[in-house]
Design a protein around this ligand. Structure first.
Ligand SMILES: [Zn+2]
Length: 314
């Protein structure tokens, strides 16, 4: 548990904690969204809970928790084009790095090994990036590289440019047949930026930007007035509203689904003590994930929106 993450992302925090306690966390996880610092904190918190020698509480001071907070744990590795390099390439996560990762898996370990894949650079932060950085610091974790004068390690979403198909494919076998006590966590802005063969073998979670200015919920909010009840007669109307808004504003259809997911995560925050409702919202978010998969499979937007609408009225 981490107070900052619990407060901002109650659904995800709770989901990961429960999955870790019940030992059913996927071996390969994708966190996607626009704020990569907070994704990094979430990945570190998972690593901490997976390795805590006590009960995983936030202020635990066991050796594993301490090392992970300091970002010095030997079994928790950040893999980027500038972290854990094994060769001189500067623009990509190289095959050589992947081989290093795979080599470490040959030996068994008492630790639950976690490999966090992201893109990263050392840079001066803009004002909004600085806010994201401060939010990260408040979670209690350290970055893989310390601040150097006014330059900070800055996490960026991984994409096929910095993580080539060749390097990614070298990992597939380990993702498909994972050893116990190994987790791969990929941080990205958009799932489409990760090789499809990895996406299809992973569990993906949308991490909404806590700054919340970019998701518009106004155009569909009225359909959720009686939520979880949904007016049967308005299903087609709802689907049409989504489609019209997308076309009129020249938006990506996945953005429309992002807005609905954002709205649902807000509902979780508002209803966090009502576990039955929270479970219902959680399954609705899963359904919206399926809508995105349909869109990625080039199914027509109208069909996807109607499918989603009829799911809600069921
Ligand atoms: Zn601990």
């Amino acid at each position: 548990m981490n107070k900052v993450l619990d407060k901002k992302y109650p659904y995800l925090s709770n989901f990961f904690r429960t999955a870790i306690e019940q030992n059913r966390l996927f071996h390969s996880i994708i966190l996607y969204g626009s704020n990569n610092y907070i994704q990094y904190a979430m990945a570190m918190e998972m690593a901490r809970q997976l390795n805590c020698l006590e009960d995983g509480r936030e202020d635990c001071n066991c050796q594993n928790c301490r090392w992970i907070r300091e970002n010095k744990h030997p079994a928790i590795m950040t893999i980027s084009k500038i972290d854990n390099k094994t060769d001189s390439s500067k623009t990509v996560i190289s095959e050589d790095q992947i081989n290093m990762v795979l080599d470490t898996l040959v030996n068994s370990s008492d630790y639950h090994r976690v490999f966090i894949f992201c893109d990263a650079e050392i840079k001066t932060l803009s004002y909004s990036e600085m806010q994201e950085y401060n939010e990260f610091v408040s979670t209690g974790f350290n970055l893989p590289q310390e601040k150097d004068e006014d330059k900070y390690w800055y996490s960026k979403g991984i994409n096929t440019g910095c993580f080539s198909a060749v390097a990614a494919n070298a990992m597939l076998k380990s993702i498909e047949e994972p050893s116990d006590k190994v987790s791969f966590i990929f941080l990205t802005n958009n799932k489409d930026d990760i090789l499809q063969t990895i996406v299809s073998r992973s569990q993906a979670f949308y991490v909404a930007d806590s700054k919340n200015s970019i998701y518009n919920v106004e155009f569909f909010k009225k359909y959720f007035e009686q939520y979880p009840e949904f007016d049967k007669d308005s299903a087609l109307d709802f689907a049409q509203t989504l489609y019209t808004y997308q076309i009129e504003n020249n938006l990506e259809p996945t953005y429309i689904i992002d807005c609905i997911q954002y709205y649902l995560t807000q509902l979780i925050k508002a209803n966090i003590n009502n576990s039955i409702l929270v479970n219902k919202i959680y399954s609705d978010i899963e359904k919206t994930e399926k809508s995105k998969k349909m869109l990625n499979a080039y199914i027509k937007e109208q069909t996807v929106y109607e499918d989603l609408a009829f799911y809600f009225v069921k």
